[in-house]
Design a protein around this ligand. Sequence first.
Ligand code: SF4
Length: 329
Amino acid sequence: MREFEYVRAGEVDQAVATVTADPAASYLAGGTTQIDLMKDGVLEPDRLIDITRLPLGGIHRDGDVLRVGALTTMEELAADPTVAERLPFLREALLLGASVQLRNMATIGGNLLQRTRCRYFRDPTVPACNKRRRGSGCAALRGAARMHAILGASEHCVALHASDMAVPLVALDAVVHLRGTGGERSVPLTGFYRVPGDTPDVENVLAHGELITSVDVPLLAPDARSTYLKIRDRVSYEFALTSAAVALRLDGGLIGEARVALGGVGTIPWRAPEAERVLRGAPASLEVFTAAAEAAVWDPFTVEGTAFKVELAKRTLVRALRTAAGGAR
Ligand code: SF4
C-alpha cells in the first residue's frame, strides 16, 4: 500500500474544510471498503481524515421518522428496537448484508458510499475500466459479469451497486443530510445516486469534501407488512444476485400502499415506481404480482453473463410480494 498521511479529525467543520481543500484527501470511517481498495492500489489518497471520533453517531426518533447518524454502525441500527418493530425489512437487509464482524465496523454513511465489487474495477492491472479511468473502456462487457447490473447499465459500465441496506432505504424514501463548506443540504436517497451513462466515475451527487452527517428514515405504518428477500450463490458472506425490498399495506384483499425496490440488478439501488403503480389499488394476487414484476424489470441492459438475472429478478420480486402479502395467493 502506498504511504499516506493519517489525520484524526476533532470536529465536523474542520474535517469538511480539510478534505474539501485537498483533492488528494478523503475520509476514513469504518474502512471496510476503503482499506481494501487502498491495499489493492485502486484508491491512493495522500491523506486520510479519520472521522470516527466525530459526534455523528446515534439513532433518534422524531415522530414517524428515525434520524440515523452517519457513523452509526450497521449492527447498532439492526439492533434498534424501533427498526425491529417498524422497519423489519431494513433490519433483514442489514443482517443479510454483512457478517457480524463487518457490521460492527461498517457505518451507515460508508455503506451508502460503498464501491462496486466489479472485479475489473478492483484490479488496477486491467486497463479497461471507465469507472477507474474515464474513456478507458469496460472489461466487464466481454468478461466475467455474473455479479453485474442489468438496470441503469450502459455500454460504458455495468457495475452493480452492492448495498443491501440501501435497497429498503430507497423504498422508504430516506433522505440523506450532507455538510459542506457552504453549509448543509438534504437530498432524497432516490436522487442521491447517478446511473453511469458515459461518466461511470461519477457515482453520486456529493461534491469533493461533502460529508454525509445523517440519514432520515421514515417509519412504516404499524399495520404495514414488509420483507427483504436476497437470492445469492451461498447463504452467508455473499453479495446478492438479486434482491427485493417490499412493503405493503393491505385493505381487505386490496393493496392500499406499496413500496418496492430491487437490489443485485441495478447500477444504483433500484426503486421500482412502475411496479408500485401496478400494485396500488389492485388485488393481492399472483397475477398482479407477476404484472408488477414485469413492470419493475423493464428495458434491461444485459451482457452474456447477466442475461439470467432478468427472469431471476422478476421471480425474486414475485416471491417477496407473496411473502409480504401473507403467503401464496
Ligand atoms: Fe469498470 Fe464499470 Fe466496466 Fe466494471 S463494469 S470494468 S467498474 S467500467
